[in-house]
Design a protein around this ligand. Structure first.
Ligand code: PA5
Length: 468
């Protein structure tokens, strides 16, 4: 196992009782969680053996596949200017989050000599004006579209695929299959047969890895490799965290136990909202990725025995410091129904010095000689202090820096926390029946054969009521 300094850290001071934090927990409160967490660990290890936790089980296999992914990505490097992901939910959020985290914020705007890789666009919606604008803007001869869908049948992604395929046929003629790469399940859906028939390059999403847990499969690894991210390091960080979580026990030793134990206790105490607030713009979309992971995995009507439980904790994404000027008023003085997770970065680079100017009034001059990084860290600390005084529960994940290795660790930590929470809540964290219902409703309303009854049921719900 790598040395402790090679791991991200978790600061849980903000959940513990202290002189200024009367509502925090005691050591005994944490110890009381241990037996439940150890039982969850045993159960998860058993599930992993039977293929129930493939996001962890297949990490080694993905490391082997990384060479093929990298080679394909490198082959595109000098041929194209744009790489466009068509996908939604778990097939889009991971690629966006990792790209923003590890590449410069304005990557697409960089001149090609600096970027040295194709621009990346992720079309994770079907708003026609956004779609049309992007297609108008791109030189299709210099563009590859990566259609990502686990099920191979999501209406949004399949509609995008049909539009792009048609357009590519018109513009690129017989060469059009070289402009489409498909990432999908080996068995499910219609995309793979079409891809094989028409000759697109294909990557397979392993059967047991669901959308929101699939970032470290070709879903996320291909777009990352195409835009120059070291996917070997990403996987190495993930594997290190995976081993640590599987091989250690105890709430103050095992990072997933600490995260899940504190989340679960907070939830039992009525914290129905989980705020995820990175203090780094590069991690902004990590908050969206986390929100989907937490919401879809844990928001469940039925428990494992099929009894109605209507469980879940609502994730809220926030960004420090931007949302200090938007949401923190509510966080400090509104209802005490939230658990806060901050993500801080020790080394933000490059940092930007704030100039000194002795001629300015004292109330402005004090900023000079510091850096923006110092200001960001001070703001985070001040917010944590304010929340502590208000008796709010908070914890902090600390990344030494945002690099592929630590990001791989963060992804795995949050995936494992979610799996643990599923176990503690006795629900299946890996399905999404509520989403599937909506998908079937869309098929029905769009006239897919076999869904006539559902269409009747939706239309039979009656007229809406409007004020006009
Ligand atoms: O996590 C999930 O399973 C979902 O959010 C899916 O990723 C999303 O619905 C898209 O599905 P698919 O990848 O099958 O197109």
């Amino acid at each position: 196992m790598p040395a402790a300094e090679d791991f991200l850290k978790i600061d849980y001071t903000g959940v513990m009782r202290g002189e200024h934090h009367a509502q925090g927990w005691t050591e005994e409160d944490l110890s009381a969680l241990e037996s439940g967490l150890n039982a969850a660990q045993n159960a998860l290890e058993e599930r992993r053996k039977t293929g129930g936790l493939d996001f962890s089980l297949l990490l080694g296999e993905m490391s082997e596949e990384a060479a093929e992914i990298r080679a394909f990505a490198d082959s595109l490097r000098d041929k194209i200017d744009n790489f466009v992901v068509l996908g939604i939910g778990g097939s889009a959020l991971g690629p966006q989050a990792v790209h923003l985290a590890l590449n410069p914020y304005y990557f697409n705007e960089l001149p090609v000599q600096k970027r040295r890789r194709p621009r990346l666009y992720v079309l994770d919606n079907i708003d026609p004006s956004r779609f049309a604008h992007l297609l108008d803007m791109l030189d299709l001869h210099k563009t590859v579209f990566n259609v990502i869908t686990k099920s191979g049948s999501t209406s949004e992604t399949m509609a995008q695929f049909l539009i792009v395929r048609e357009k590519l046929r018109q513009v690129c003629g017989a060469d059009y299959p070289n402009h489409i790469v498909v990432t999908t399940d080996q068995e499910k859906g219609n995309l793979l047969p079409i891809a094989r028939k028409e000759g697109y390059h294909c990557f397979v999403i392993p059967a047991g890895v669901g959308g929101r847990f699939s970032e470290l499969t070709p879903v996320g690894l291909l777009p990352a490799a195409v835009c120059g991210i070291d996917i070997g390091e990403l996987l190495a960080g993930a594997l290190a965290m995976d081993r640590r979580i599987r091989e250690s026990r105890g709430i103050t030793v095992n990072p997933a136990q600490l995260m899940a134990g504190t989340s679960h206790l907070a939830w039992r105490q009525g914290k129905n909202i989980s705020v995820f607030m990175p203090y780094a713009d590069s991690l902004k979309i990590m908050a969206d990725w986390y929100a989907q992971l937490w919401a879809e995995s844990l928001g469940k009507r039925l428990n494992r025995e099929g009894r109605e439980v209507w469980l879940g904790q609502t994730p809220v994404k926030a960004l420090g410091v931007t949302d200090q000027h938007s949401q923190v008023q509510l966080y400090a003085e509104g209802p005490d129904d939230k658990m806060f997770t901050f993500v801080s970065v020790e080394r933000l680079h490059p940092d930007v010095p704030i100039p000194t100017d002795e001629s300015l009034p004292e109330s402005v001059r004090f900023l000079g000689g510091h850096t923006l990084g110092e200001l960001l860290a001070a703001e985070e600390r001040a917010t944590e202090y304010a929340l502590t005084l208000a008796g709010r529960l908070h914890r902090r994940i600390i990344l030494p820096e945002v690099n592929p290795y630590y990001l791989g660790q963060l992804l795995l930590l949050l995936e494992w926390e979610t799996a643990y929470m599923g176990e503690l809540l006795n629900i299946n964290a890996f399905d999404q029946p509520g989403v599937e219902e909506g998908k079937r409703g869309t098929y029905a309303l769009m006239g897919r054969p076999g869904f006539e009854e559902k269409r009747g049921a939706i239309e039979g719900m009656g007229e809406g009521r409007y004020i006009v």
